[in-house]
Design a protein around this ligand. Sequence first.
Ligand SMILES: NC(=O)c1ccc[n+]([C@@H]2O[C@H](COP(=O)([O-])OP(=O)(O)OC[C@H]3O[C@@H](n4cnc5c(N)ncnc54)[C@H](OP(=O)(O)O)[C@@H]3O)[C@@H](O)[C@H]2O)c1
Length: 423
Amino acid sequence: MEKLKVGIIGFGTVGTGVYKVLQTIDNIEIKKIAVKNINKKRNIENFDETILTNDAFQVVNDPDIDVVIEVAGGVNPAFDLLKTAINNGKHIVTANKELLAKEGSELFRLAKEKNIIILYEAAVAGGIPIIMPVKTTLSANKITKIAAILNGTTNYILTKMHEQNLSYDTALKQAQELGYAETDPTGDVEGYDASYKISILSTIAFNKKVSIDKIYREGITNIKPQDIQSAKDLGYRIKLIAMGQVLEDGKIDVRVHPMLVAKKHLLAKVNNATNSIMLTGYPVGELVLTGPGAGAEPTASSVVGDLLILASELKTSPCPLPQTVCNHEEIADQIEIGDTYNDYYISINASNNPGAIGIIGTICGKNNISISTIMQKGINPDNTAQIVVITEKSKESDVQNALKEMLKSDSIKNIDNLLRVMN
Ligand SMILES: NC(=O)c1ccc[n+]([C@@H]2O[C@H](COP(=O)([O-])OP(=O)(O)OC[C@H]3O[C@@H](n4cnc5c(N)ncnc54)[C@H](OP(=O)(O)O)[C@@H]3O)[C@@H](O)[C@H]2O)c1
């Protein structure tokens, strides 16, 4: 039996996981592995170092290689490498969400032109199968809504803030010590990683190109212990939610931000580094997939799964997997955050005087905002009080206008936080 010959670019967490899984599979041969630092010690038993190169172009230009597995990350030089690989007739398996979110249109266009397959199951939710199910078994559906926890680092931090009453900084430090967060955690905690993933997932689910540049993004660095406590008191948990929905007028609303999620909601029960994706579609209804969104082995499960699908398809067809072709031609009409409608949690620092709650109520009313809950949470040593408001469904721009107006009042000292709510 002829073996499928692969070249791997990247030999870090995912690359070594993929290598180890491929040692258990007979019909795949690893021809070359490209790394950045060829002198780095690789702690892998019986590893033949002669297949390593620090020139990744040797992988994409090798005429013997059928499939390139790109698990290096980043846009450059991965973009140039994969374009070269496609031009050289090599199929691609990648876990690189940043590259696909930013340059996917060009890669998929080129791949279509050259009759090349790009598979990327690992790029959205690590070990959770979501891309292939949406493209194949769920293809009878019109998917209208996605709500998901797509970043394990932030979910871990928020879980610890809830369960152990830790501050954001302490929970982050703990996550870094345990290897759940990187030394520079920006990509995770500021929501970039989740926004790359939701742009890829909503593009395939809604069958229109969702642009990463138009996705509203907000991370978790502004979540304070007092928000966590208020969320608990009100029956919620705070989660970083990546969401996408098709509105009645066909416009698309895609965003990433922290939300108060009602305790009874399935996403509120997803803790630590676990990821979860809730899809709503017709005719399937509501579907939830939960599991490990990262890590060497879960991610290798998806990468090697893609590779094995390719291996069997390439034997039977000159243009395999037509259903995996990505539709990037039709551009989604994405709405701005100001035009979205949500329930809101507003945490306000106000003077401890009898008029403050009245002022908040009046300003909300003037801006078309109905309040469903308002509570004062004790008095601070400086004679201010934390007032927490939960609104009914309101337009974001109305809420922003109301907050600006509140800040003009002598009674309102600060808006400590504004978060959206999912019931
Ligand atoms: N980690 C996860 O759980 C996970 C889950 C899903 C998706 N992903 C995605 O998978 C990709 C890899 O992530 P990772 O966590 O495995 O990263 P990583 O541990 O930092 O490993 C990156 C690897 O790429 C190599 N590399 C960097 N620049 C290179 C270049 N110019 N040419 C050749 N090799 C180069 C590095 O070489 P050296 O070893 O010599 O430094 C290293 O082996 C990223 O796109 C990431 O978003 C990761």
